[in-house]
Write a protein that binds this ligand. Structure first.
Ligand SMILES: *Cc1c(COP(=O)(O)O)cnc(C)c1O
Length: 431
């Protein structure tokens, strides 16, 4: 039920702005790019969320990816409660950390050792330090529009909130740091080869989202990942896959399983926390053994491997594996894609739609979106009108053109049908 009344949310936002920068603890939550005040959420259940004004939405943000089982899944709640009663944190070792690491290393053959952290940002920052520590080299290559959290080295031509707000880089990142980050174009191996050639023996690592998810969803072209793998092997560069979104999302074994490419180091996050703050990075033993206390590269965390977070994550991953949820998720996501495409046909619209498994983006451009440059041809004004109309029709998608929509196992066929109908009404409302 939607009463299109956002009164309480607006009151909360006014209060929040007095004590929290911009009123939010993460920029994209502010809804600025879609020209409205943000919603305050009271609760979630399955595929639905409910705001403080009593509006109900089918949710495709799913906490920006983590909630692949939907909201308040009873299996996760049960496990969390069980663990909470044992104490919330010890700063000492617990068995669930071993179980988590065993599970991840079983599912990801490229990961022999894995260390837990508290966010995706921590995972990528630590992976980068490790790559630099191991190789003794300073420079890295990242791709335009890829987002790897808010570590200094990555805040250059990044996706997600920076792209949403048109921020090319961030003040506070020193020139020195910025100089060590070289920028290549996604799906363009020549742009990488050029950088490698002109920085011979200086590049420690190449990091990328194997499927871009933070400039909207952009899949890799045929052979792009393989070409990167070959190039990095030949040049002794560490290849880091940032699978914070794609890990356990596009397949149990992530994009590396889907495309059959083994990176040297993998970063995980989002889904592996089952809705609690967790990140991880792992890879071949020879790299991971460089970490303290085994090796000299320092990395630590008071709450790393926190038992509640491990319990939620472990339960989530166990369900994903036991139930093999991926074929059903693919089917539902495909229905959604086909429904949207059918709607556009009926309305004589020709917007670009990209989907890999249960992650999908509708770009308001008729160009095929295969990198940052094509993504930004999107009409963001049109997107923001579409966003508001979808909300009015009871569908909650990310408040930015440059984000993915996520389908969860909790979305049922009725939800998908309702979403396709809302998409039709919302697109028609733009004409
Ligand atoms: C979300 C995200 C991150 C950062 O994770 P946080 O938990 O927000 O710090 C890093 N990389 C990718 C690909 C992401 O989508």
């Amino acid at each position: 039920m939607l009463n299109s009344n956002f009164e309480k949310s607006s009151t909360y936002f006014t209060r929040a702005r007095k004590v929290i920068p911009g009123g939010v603890n993460s920029p994209v939550r502010a809804f600025r790019s879609v020209g409205m005040n943000p919603l305050y959420i009271q609760r979630g259940k399955g595929s639905r969320i409910f705001d403080v004004d009593g509006n109900e939405y089918i949710d495709y943000v799913c906490s920006w990816g983590p909630l692949i089982l939907g909201h308040a899944d009873p299996r996760i709640l049960k496990r969390l409660t069980e663990y909470a009663h044992l104490g919330t944190s010890f700063g000492a070792n617990t068995e669930i950390e071993i179980k988590m690491a065993e599970l991840i290393t079983q599912i990801y053959p490229s990961i022999e050792l894995v260390r837990m952290v508290n966010s995706g940002t921590e995972a990528t920052m630590s992976a980068l330090r490790l790559a630099r520590g191991y190789t003794g080299k300073s420079k890295i290559i990242k791709f335009e529009g890829c987002y790897h959290g808010h570590g200094d080295s990555f805040l250059i031509k990044a996706g997600s909130g920076l792209l949403t707000f048109g921020i090319p880089g961030s003040p506070g990142v020193t020139e020195h740091t910025a100089q060590d980050t070289l920028i290549a174009r996604f799906n363009d191996i020549e742009s990488v080869e050029k950088l490698v050639d002109s920085n011979k023996s200086e590049i420690a690592a190449i990091i990328l989202e194997p499927i871009m998810g933070n400039a909207g969803v952009i899949p890799p072209r045929r052979n792009f990942l393989k070409d990167l793998r070959d190039l990095t092997k030949a040049e002794n560069i560490i290849l880091i896959f940032d699978e914070v979104i794609t890990g356990f999302r596009v397949a149990l074994g992530g994009a590396q399983e889907l495309y059959g490419i083994d990176p040297d180091i993998t970063c995980l996050g989002k889904i592996i926390g089952g809705g609690l703050p967790v990140g991880a990075f792992g890879g071949k033993r020879k790299y991971m053994e460089q970490l303290a206390p085994e090796g000299p590269v320092y990395q630590a965390g008071t709450l790393s491997g926190n038992p509640l977070a491990m319990a939620a994550g472990y339960e989530t991953l166990s369900v994903l594996r036991k139930d093999n949820i991926y074929p059903a998720l693919e089917k539902k996501s495909k229905l959604l894609e086909e429904g949207f495409k059918e709607n556009m046909k009926k309305l004589h619209l020709n917007f670009s739609l990209n989907r890999v498994g249960s992650m999908m983006s509708l770009f308001f451009t008729d160009q095929k979106v295969h990198d940052f440059n094509t993504a930004v041809t999107s009409n963001t004004k049109l997107f923001s009108m579409y966003f508001q109309k979808m909300l009015e029709n009871g569908i909650y998608i990310a408040p930015s053109q440059f984000e993915a929509s996520f389908v969860s196992t909790a979305h049922d066929h009725k939800d998908i049908e309702k979403t396709i109908e809302a998409n039709y009404l919302s697109l028609r409302g733009l004409l």
